[in-house]
Design a protein around this ligand. Structure first.
Ligand code: SAM
Length: 300
């Protein structure tokens, strides 16, 4: 295994490139310096590197002097090629899988290879590192203890709206990848489904020269992207704040119930609910449901 000059591997940690192992190596999402020491040692030490696009990975290889045999593995050939790679691993070769950027398999090729390798009992070793969704989430200021990564939203607006509708009540932070061509139309659809004040974070060109991380709302996001011409260029992660818990809004305080009861003695269900909402700030729908229940019980 090739060693990086001046670097002593930490004691008790696995830094050997071992025979017959499949390494899943995360590579930079923009800044070439974001490759880890461990990733570099593995990429210099394996018998072959499977990569999506050899031209795309060339600057990384040149920057670090990585010179191992390359194997093209992309979405169009991965089903076919994975079996041959598994045979090589079984014969004792060590192989690394990288994608164009970030963590392999995260919206990138590699799933058939990992499945096939697992099925044969091959040891798979992840070498963690950059991942656009994690970088964006950690810097977003949105809740990060629970999140749902949804990959790229559908290209067609109708399918996108259906997806957003299904996620509207999800309490987790929602994370999407999006291309520069569609970022605007996707944000237009976000505004159609999510409440206007729902927080939205647009993370663009992470780790690169024009990195931009902006917080806005579902209602204002379109205007913000239209304002600056460069907001439709580059690579994007879109994050949407999770749905606020409704439970507290669905129960009425004693005072809200008292006012509703008084008004119901003189007014219709609809008007009493609307006026109580006006006076107390409680949700009109909750009051309306409660008013129907009271009237059903008491005939008030
Ligand atoms: N495997 C990658 C990862 O770990 O993040 C993601 C690959 S996916 C095919 C590419 C998409 O990731 C881009 O279209 C963009 O939405 C997002 N992405 C990748 N690099 C990015 C960056 N530097 N800044 C913002 N988004 C990025």
């Amino acid at each position: 295994m090739e060693k990086i000059p001046g670097r002593r591997p930490p004691k008790g940690q696995n830094t050997q490139t071992e025979a017959g192992l499949l390494y899943l190596v995360a590579t930079p999402i923009g800044n070439l310096e974001d490759l880890s020491f461990h990733a570099l040692e593995v990429l210099k030490g394996v018998d072959g590197i499977a990569c999506e696009d050899t031209r795309h990975s060339r600057p990384l290889f040149d920057h670090y002097g990585i010179d191992r045999p390359l194997i093209a593995l992309h979405e169009h050939n991965e089903d076919r090629i994975s079996k041959g790679l598994v045979d090589r691993l079984l014969a004792g070769d060590s192989l690394a899988l990288i994608s164009d950027a970030g963590t392999p398999l995260i919206n990138d090729p590699g799933f058939p290879l990992v499945r096939a390798a697992r099925a044969k009992g091959i040891v798979i070793r992840p070498i963690p590192g950059p991942c656009a969704l994690i970088a964006a989430l950690s810097a977003s200021g949105l809740a990060s203890h629970r999140f749902a990564f949804e990959g790229f939203p559908p290209r067609k607006s109708a399918a996108r709206l259906t997806l957003f509708e299904s996620l509207k009540e999800d309490p987790r932070t929602l994370i999407f990848y999006e291309s520069s061509h569609r970022v605007l139309e996707t944000l237009v659809d976000v505004a159609k489904i999510f409440e206007a004040d729902r927080r939205v974070v647009i993370a663009r060109e992470l780790t690169k020269r024009f990195e931009t991380i902006l917080e806005t709302t579902a209602g204002d996001a379109e205007a913000l992207v239209l304002e600056a011409s460069n907001m439709q260029r580059g690579e994007f992660v879109l994050l949407i704040e999770g749905s606020a818990p409704r439970r507290h809004e669905d129960t009425l305080s004693k005072e809200q119930e008292r006012i509703l009861n008084i008004l119901l003695q003189a007014l219709s269900v609809k008007t009493a609910a609307a006026m109580t909402a006006e006076i107390t700030g409680a949700r009109r729908e909750t009051l309306y449901r409660e008013a129907l229940r009271i009237r059903g019980e008491t005939g008030a």
